[in-house]
Design a protein around this ligand. Structure first.
Ligand SMILES: CC(C)(COP(=O)(O)OP(=O)(O)OC[C@H]1O[C@@H](n2cnc3c(N)ncnc32)[C@H](O)[C@@H]1OP(=O)(O)O)[C@@H](O)C(=O)NCCC(=O)NCCS
Length: 383
């Protein structure tokens, strides 16, 4: 866990850059104490319940909600970009046994070899690349899902919206309206979150004037860790390990005794409940009941109950606590949960990079040296 160390003498050290502002941003605002989140001034609650992923992606990219015509044109552009070069399928196939996040990182990196605008860092080119990547990332994830089990890739369905098409490419079935809406909400909730570890990483790479693809590759790498995106995968594993709601309290007690974190709880910024969690909670409740598996919702709620004493310490559920069960109920393997996070976050990463380029600066903090005093070099023979 991060600890903030303030030296009595010498510079103040903010371990983990906790509480440090390094830039201004017009994209996303978070009030961690109140548990509030806004994308470009719009509350996440309005966006989650009234908007679509396409509208939210447009909002993030262009700064305003689209008109009807703008949305239609944007959604068509996204559909037009539902295509992957043959080379990428070959690369996915050749590394298919790696973790899906490693495969995604490799495939996004390889896309830079085929993108016509890869070295163009203008706003216009970066918006084109953002739209392409927003459509290509779900295609990579879905293609890997099938290729690794030796099955053919499912071609996109151009009749479907972004979230429904992603589910279709993953499962091979046209999703119900409710399932598609839940996935759409999930992607909206994951679309942007300020300078979290992966978006900050993307900005650091953009700060060197590297290109958008390089920045997104780095963001995918940062997201793969369990302290960031990996939590959803671990929450589902925890639910499976617990097995029955009655066993949740003992399970949590043991984790705390071993001083291990309970996955899907805690957040670097939120002290109140993560505002995104409630939308997924309701979705999980409905879906697990509809699918005749209410146990998963009950297990999660039993974990929440067992963790309630920690709430006053600011440790509450985060968005990943419920997301994993949604994917699980769709029959999606656990190691694909973090890649699904990437599907939602792609426009957010790109927009952070575009904003970084608009007023670019090399990001280069300092570490306070605490190693040995300067000393004489000793020849190898004399050591
Ligand atoms: C996300 C996370 C890395 C944030 O870490 P952080 O900012 O360093 O955590 P904090 O400084 O807020 O921790 C404050 C206290 O709460 C405890 N805490 C934080 N998260 C906890 C968790 N998930 N379970 C149990 N206790 C937790 C810490 O141990 C710490 O207690 P201490 O002061 O006795 O050491 C951390 O909460 C975590 O590992 N969560 C689980 C993984 C997860 O769900 N990640 C997804 C985030 S969206």
């Amino acid at each position: 866990m991060a600890e903030q160390t303030t030296e009595t003498e010498g510079p103040q050290i903010n371990r983990g850059l906790q509480g440090v502002y390094f830039e201004r941003s017009e994209v996303c605002d978070i009030d961690g104490k109140a548990g509030s989140l806004w994308y470009r001034g719009y509350s996440i609650h309005d966006l989650a319940t009234r908007s679509t992923f396409e509208e939210v992606a447009y909002l993030l990219i262009y700064g305003e909600l689209p008109t009807g015509n703008e949305l239609e044109s944007f959604a068509s552009q996204l559909k037009l970009q539902r295509t992957l070069p043959e080379l990428i399928y070959g690369i996915i196939d050749s590394v298919k046994d790696a973790h899906p996040m490693d495969v995604l990182r490799t495939a996004v990196s390889a896309l830079s070899a085929t993108d016509p605008d890869v070295t163009d860092n203008s706003r216009e080119a970066n918006i084109s690349k953002t739209i392409r990547l927003t459509s290509q990332v779900p295609m990579i994830v879905a293609a890997h899902y099938h290729l690794r089990s030796g099955k053919p890739v499912i071609e996109p369905n151009f009749e479907l919206g972004h979230a429904a098409n992603f589910l279709y490419m993953m499962t091979g079935e046209i999703p119900s309206e409710d399932s598609a809406k839940l996935m759409d909400t999930d992607l909206i909730l994951h679309a942007e979150h300020g300078t979290n570890a992966s978006s900050f990483t993307a900005r650091v790479v953009a700060g060197t004037d590297a290109n958008l693809h390089a920045s997104v590759v780095a963001a995918v790498a940062a997201l793969s860790g369990p302290a960031h995106g990996g939590a959803a995968e671990n929450v589902m594993q925890m639910a499976l390990d617990i097995g029955e709601p009655e066993k949740a309290a003992d399970y949590v007690k043991q984790l705390r005794k071993d001083r291990k974190p309970v996955m899907g709880f805690g957040h670097r910024v939120y002290r109140a409940e993560d505002p995104r969690a409630r939308h997924m909670r309701e979705g999980v409740r409905k879906l697990s009941e509809e699918m005749g598996q209410p146990k998963w919702y009950q297990i999660l709620q039993a974990v929440v109950e067992a963790m309630s004493p920690y709430s006053r310490l600011g440790v509450n559920v985060n968005v990943d606590f419920y997301a994993g069960v949604v994917y699980y109920l769709h029959g999606i393997s656990e190691d694909f949960f973090v890649p699904i996070f990437s599907v939602g976050r792609t426009p957010g990463w790109c927009v952070q990079v575009i904003e970084q380029f608009e007023n670019n600066i090399l990001l280069r903090p300092l570490t306070l040296y605490t190693g040995p005093e300067p000393r004489d070099y000793v020849e190898l023979a004399d050591r």
